[in-house]
Write a protein that binds this ligand. Structure first.
Ligand SMILES: Nc1nc2c(ncn2[C@@H]2O[C@H](COP(=O)(O)OP(=O)(O)O)[C@@H](O)[C@H]2O)c(=O)[nH]1
Ligand SMILES: [Mg+2]
Length: 322
């Protein structure tokens, strides 16, 4: 059984476990799956042009050129081996290969892990405007609901209003926050936060950063200083470093991801604003370029519009939906 049929039987219409994904991925689905359907209707049997058009559809969905070429090659190989020329079935193989493209890149791990007695420190990085602060609020809300004693740390002391924005979220969520004076050294605020977390037995600490990407050397210096001071308080911290990428920035987002991956050891990526793009293939591109798992995706501006990344739900939302 191909993946599409499997997903259709896995996600029954009645239960709403894919509702968020289906809604958030609506634009992407309209783009991707309509194009696939049109292509299927245009050709009775597949040929060279069919595969060229298929490759174009993948690239237009921001899957990335390298991965698109690879997926097409895999589909071609299997279709030859199995002697399949029906476009409908070729498209099913395509989705199988998209799955493999993601899954073969390593770990699939999403939820954070918490250990008794040591706070889990999450460092959040990414350029201005991608949705860092919003994602931090969403994560704080999620884990607070799970009973985790959560502390926010406003180490973005660079952008005017950033500390205030995080403070407003902290108040709304009813979680604690550590701030510093404006233009304070981000590392010193981070240090104060992690120290408080250790002394007062917090479970979860989320550190907001400015993520300035003027030069790689600067960024590297700033992030490694923050990491160093955090590590002084809690040896294994930060246990997690998430890069936030705005899906609507397309291949530019992929470039940012590569730049950050070069200067810091990322443990996950969060892709925001999936609801605002028609090019949902960016998840596959990021995974292909970085090998880092996509841990969560943002599907809207509201607090509960953050979902744990699930490859099955994602591919279902992109290709089938409702
Ligand atoms: N539609 C949509 N908007 C989002 C999402 N995540 C963040 N935003 C919006 O993106 C804008 C910038 O977010 P912010 O958290 O301030 O970005 P930061 O500069 O990286 O901290 C805000 O208007 C957010 O509401 C998302 O998943 N979907
Ligand atoms: Mg911010």
């Amino acid at each position: 059984m191909g993946l599409i049929s499997f997903l259709k039987s896995k996600f029954h219409k009645k239960d709403n476990q894919t509702e968020k994904y289906n809604q958030g991925l609506e634009k992407s689905r309209k783009n991707f799956s309509n194009k696939l359907q049109n292509l299927t209707m245009k050709y009775k049997s597949v040929n060279q042009e069919y595969f060229e058009e298929l490759e174009e559809i993948l690239i237009e969905s921001d899957v990335g050129v390298n991965l698109a070429l690879q997926i097409i090659e895999d589909v071609l190989e299997e279709s030859k081996k199995e002697k399949i020329s029906d476009p409908q079935r070729i498209n099913e193989i395509l989705v199988d290969k998209m799955f493999v493209g993601y899954a073969s890149k390593g770990d699939i791990q999403n939820e954070l892990t918490f250990l008794e007695g040591t706070p889990t420190v999450l460092l959040v990085v990414g350029v201005n405007g991608v949705g860092k602060t919003t994602t931090i609020a969403k994560l704080a809300s999620r884990y607070k609901k799970q009973g985790k004693k959560t502390l926010l740390v406003a180490a973005d002391t660079f952008r005017a209003g950033a500390t205030e924005q995080l403070t407003v979220w902290a108040e709304r969520l009813g979680v604690d926050i550590i701030t510093g004076p404006s233009e304070a050294d981000p590392a010193s605020v981070a240090y104060d936060g992690v120290r408080k977390a250790r002394l007062e037995n917090y479970d979860f600490v989320i550190v907001d950063t400015a993520g300035r990407l003027q030069t790689k050397a600067n960024l590297m210096a700033e992030l490694s200083k923050i990491k160093r001071v955090i590590g002084k308080e809690i040896e294994e911290a930060p246990q997690e470093t998430f890069l936030i990428i705005d899906a609507t920035t397309g291949q530019n987002g992929v470039m940012q991801a590569k730049a950050f991956a070069e200067v810091t050891n990322l443990t996950g990526v969060v892709i925001t604003k999936m609801d605002g793009t028609s090019k949902g293939g960016i998840i596959l591109a990021i995974r292909d370029e970085l090998g880092v798992p996509v841990r969560f995706i943002g599907l809207g501006e509201k607090l509960d519009d953050l979902e744990e990344f699930d490859l099955d739900k994602y591919l279902y939302g992109l290709c089938v939906g409702e």
